[in-house]
Design a protein around this ligand. Structure first.
Ligand code: HOZ
Length: 432
């Protein structure tokens, strides 16, 4: 008898393209079908057939306290009892804006939207208006949502499904995007030289997390900062994934970089749809109604999303969640490295705080090209073998794993044991 998940997926495919509302969910790249979720709590997720998984996807980043934390549910219910959406300012928006500016001092003013895509799209428009220039530099494999000019050599689902340059984006837009290898300062300097007075902005994930996970080499981000300043371009940090996750002040706090604009999302919405972008006041003041750059949204600053995000961030602060995540992450890394060493499999393990990725190639992995050397067949085996044992990692090599504060030491220990068993199995079958 077919499972409830497979019945739902069959029905979904008739009415929803690919059966999913976002391509990364489709499991297609790992030759599988997605499971459908009945409920989730803490570190666990249950599918509609009653299977339970330790979840390391965490809704692709927002669930930093785990699923459905009581503190967030209570705040959302309380806010909901007073209305779902007003289309006129509410007090939560001010509180959220003040918190963001306080925790991320490069942000003097912020506007709240409904997704990371809206945030990066608005940053690009603002940068173009502020500088009076049109060209944008981005980096191969970095993903900034499905914004037309940023879907050039992009990561995440676009990369996973072999569509890093999406159809439907006019060539005129593509011509305004310069996509360069991450961690290569020489090509950045050359691009600035060859496009003098034409570059409006450099947009970058300070810790690329959409082609697996890799890190900026020493000085890479500070050189981007210098080059932008020297050439009158804006530096936009896309901290949709890293913001308030890798540290209270995001990756910009860790690497001590002051961007002109920052894009936010995920964690600041506590699991509800949200995005935000902010930066220097003189740039943000270009936005309507103060300035000429139009940007708007019916549900922007939605009271439920604001209440959820404030509750989540407040709880992270109260429990010093970043310290806890580092401890859990360090233990996870230790066990993962033991499992890798035991099987002597050619692989590279990356982690920063609660974010991690296992590549099936010896590395070093410093950019998209090196990430793409990972053995995807090996990843597929690893993914399914873990899933069968109740551990859910993202269904693509080109994504990042997330640990939450709700993951227990027992979850981590169990996952370590599963990884060891699975890697043993993979090596065994591969040798045979
Ligand atoms: N941006 C996330 C993946 N890295 C998930 C959003 C999606 O594409 O569904």
């Amino acid at each position: 008898m077919s499972s409830r998940s497979s019945q739902l997926f069959a029905a979904a495919k008739k009415r929803i393209p690919g059966g999913v509302n976002s391509p990364v969910r489709a499991f297609r790249n790992v030759n599988g079908d997605p499971f459908f979720v009945a409920r989730a709590k803490g570190s666990k997720i249950w599918d509609v057939d009653g299977n339970k998984y330790i979840d390391y996807v965490g809704s692709w980043g927002p669930a930093i306290l785990g699923h459905a934390p009581d503190v967030v549910i209570d705040a959302v219910c309380e806010a909901a009892s007073r209305g779902l959406s007003f289309g006129i300012p509410n007090p939560f928006e001010v509180e959220m804006a003040e918190l963001i500016c306080d925790w991320m001092p490069s942000i003097e003013k912020v506007r709240l939207v409904n997704s990371g895509t809206e945030a990066t799209m608005s940053c690009i428009r603002l940068a173009r208006a502020f500088t009076g220039r049109n060209k944008i530099i981005k980096f191969d494999g970095c993903y900034h949502g499905h914004v037309d000019p940023l879907l050039v050599k992009s990561g995440s689902g676009a990369l996973t499904h072999g569509q890093p340059n999406s159809a439907g984006v006019p060539q005129a837009f593509v011509d305004l995007t310069i996509s360069l290898p991450f961690n290569d300062v020489d090509v950045v300097r050359k691009a600035f030289r060859e496009n003098r007075n034409q570059i409006a902005a450099v947009i970058v994930e300070p810790i690329p997390a959409n082609a697996g996970l890799y890190f900026p080499e020493e000085n890479f981000l500070s050189i981007l900062r210098e080059e932008c300043t020297r050439h009158g371009a804006l530096l936009i940090l896309d901290e949709v994934v890293t913001g308030f996750r890798v540290a209270r002040g995001g990756a910009q706090e860790i690497y001590e970089i002051k961007p002109d604009l920052t894009a936010l999302g995920k964690v600041i919405g506590g699991g509800l749809p949200v995005g935000g972008f902010g930066g220097r006041a003189e740039i943000m003041d270009q936005l309507s109604p103060d300035g000429p750059v139009y940007q708007a949204g019916t549900l922007s600053g939605n009271p439920l999303a604001m209440a959820a995000g404030l509750a989540q961030l407040g709880e992270m602060q109260r429990i010093n969640g970043w310290k806890l995540l580092e401890e859990l992450g360090a233990r996870f890394e230790e066990l993962a490295r033991e499992a890798i060493a035991h099987t002597k499999i050619g692989s590279t393990f990356h982690r920063i705080g609660s974010m991690f990725c296992l590549f099936f190639t010896p590395g070093p992995i410093v950019d998209l090209a090196s990430a793409q050397r990972s053995d995807l067949k090996m990843f597929t085996k690893f993914f399914h073998a873990c899933l069968r044992r109740g551990v859910y990692f993202a269904p693509s090599q080109f994504e990042t794993g997330f640990i939450s504060t709700a993951h227990t030491p027992e979850d981590i220990a169990h996952t370590g044991a599963v990884m060891r068993e699975v890697l043993d199995e993979i090596v065994h079958f591969t040798i045979e």
